[in-house]
Design a protein around this ligand. Structure first.
Ligand code: TRH
Length: 354
């Protein structure tokens, strides 16, 4: 049995890299009984995702996972049975030097719904006497799957049973700086229904301050204009962020991890992919829309408008007019995907057979 696992994570930008690695590390430890070490190069960003983390400590144990600050001079006493290199972050030379042909080395790739993923998942290349396997998360059965804790759907349903339904439309907002925020806020303020937008404070959201005739936003602000109210929250723990997604009628999400969490929330959502060169992100978006929202034109239209900056009152109104259908589709697709084997379980099997 390959019990000892190391995960290497570089925080390239934003919170997605550590967000995914932390979820995976916990799941491997809790659900698969593995000894997991997580090496992270930026502990202050990691602390946003792992609130119990002490950035000043080089090595610590939290929630059943050993976390180490990955610095250039880090000394490795042993190599694990399985090494996960997250998002092609590169392994330290001193670690590679200790690896043998028996070490299972897996590069965890970014999630995409594109068709080619099926063909590339599980390929490998040889590096000296080592084998580097390429593991692609995905939406189809014959990919690496999606991260999902075994009890998350049950937890969500129990949480929702304890909630009372509000009449106003509640929306969570997490987006990139190029999102057409102004246009969304204008549409929401001038619609025929009361709307509450709830947003953890990030740089992108701060840009909307002038809409409320103020210079900047701060945690705790509650700002109103016509039909719209904005509530500014602190950056939440992953657990509380999940609950926020569960409790909203529509979730605006981005990147990789919040996207998958929106799927498990089962509520209508609008995903904004991380912007890449040559419009690669739009290819990713279109591939996702094809597998998830192809039955609903207004959901596709709103997604494309959100990622291209073409938002309008009409697009928003059409989305709202179709909301109950979009709700039905989202719930159904979410349930279908939840029937598939989750990423951590597939990854463990993959490594047993590698
Ligand atoms: O932060 P992101 O934009 O990360 C991105 C993506 O991973 C992208 O694919 C990658 O290329 C780029 O980083 C470098 O979005 P993402 O993936 O949704 O990660 C956000 C994490 O933050 C996720 O784990 C959810 C979590 N989160 C909270 O815990 N609390 C919060 O309040 C919010 C808004 C998010």
């Amino acid at each position: 049995m390959k019990k000892r696992w190391d995960i290497f994570c570089k925080v390239v930008d934003n919170f997605g890299d550590i967000g995914v690695c932390w979820r995976l590390a916990k799941q491997l430890a809790h659900e698969h009984g593995l000894q997991v070490r997580l090496f992270v190069d930026d502990l202050s960003i990691a602390q946003k995702i792992i609130p119990a983390l002490q950035p000043s400590q080089k090595i610590q144990s939290t929630d059943g996972v050993n976390i180490a600050h990955w610095q250039a001079d880090l000394h490795f006493e042993h190599v694990a049975d399985v090494v996960i290199e997250a998002f092609a972050c590169g392994l330290p030379e001193s670690y590679l030097a200790h690896m043998s042909a028996d070490t299972i080395w897996v590069n965890l790739e970014y999630l995409s719904a594109e068709k080619w993923v099926v063909d590339f998942h599980g390929r490998y290349s040889n590096v000296d006497n080592l084998t580097r396997h390429f593991y692609f998360p995905g939406f189809a059965e014959n990919t690496g799957g999606l991260l999902r804790e075994c009890d998350i759907i049950a937890q969500r349903d129990t949480f929702l049973q304890s909630q009372t339904h509000e009449n106003d439309l509640k929306i969570s907002l997490f987006c990139y700086e190029n999102a057409p925020l102004q246009a969304l806020f204008h549409a929401a303020a001038s619609g025929n229904k009361k709307v509450t937008i709830v947003a953890p404070l990030t740089d992108s959201i701060s840009k909307i301050a002038p809409f409320f005739n103020i210079k900047s936003l701060k945690v705790g602000d509650v700002l109103s204009k016509n039909q719209l109210t904005l509530q500014v929250l602190p950056f939440l723990s992953q657990t509380d962020y999940d609950k926020l997604l569960w409790s909203c009628d529509i979730n605006f999400v981005r990147g990789e991890d919040s996207w998958v969490r929106a799927i498990w929330a089962g509520k209508p959502f609008i995903w904004q992919p991380y912007v890449q060169s040559e419009n690669t992100h739009m290819t990713k978006l279109n591939a996702f829309l094809e597998v998830f929202y192809s039955e609903n034109e207004s959901a596709c239209e709103a997604h494309l408008a959100w990622s291209t900056g073409q938002w309008s009152n009409d697009i928003w109104q059409r989305y709202l007019d179709n909301l109950s259908t979009i709700q039905t589709i989202t719930h159904m697709k979410s349930n279908q995907l939840a029937l598939q084997t989750d990423l951590a379980t597939k990854l463990v099997d993959f490594c047993i057979n590698a």
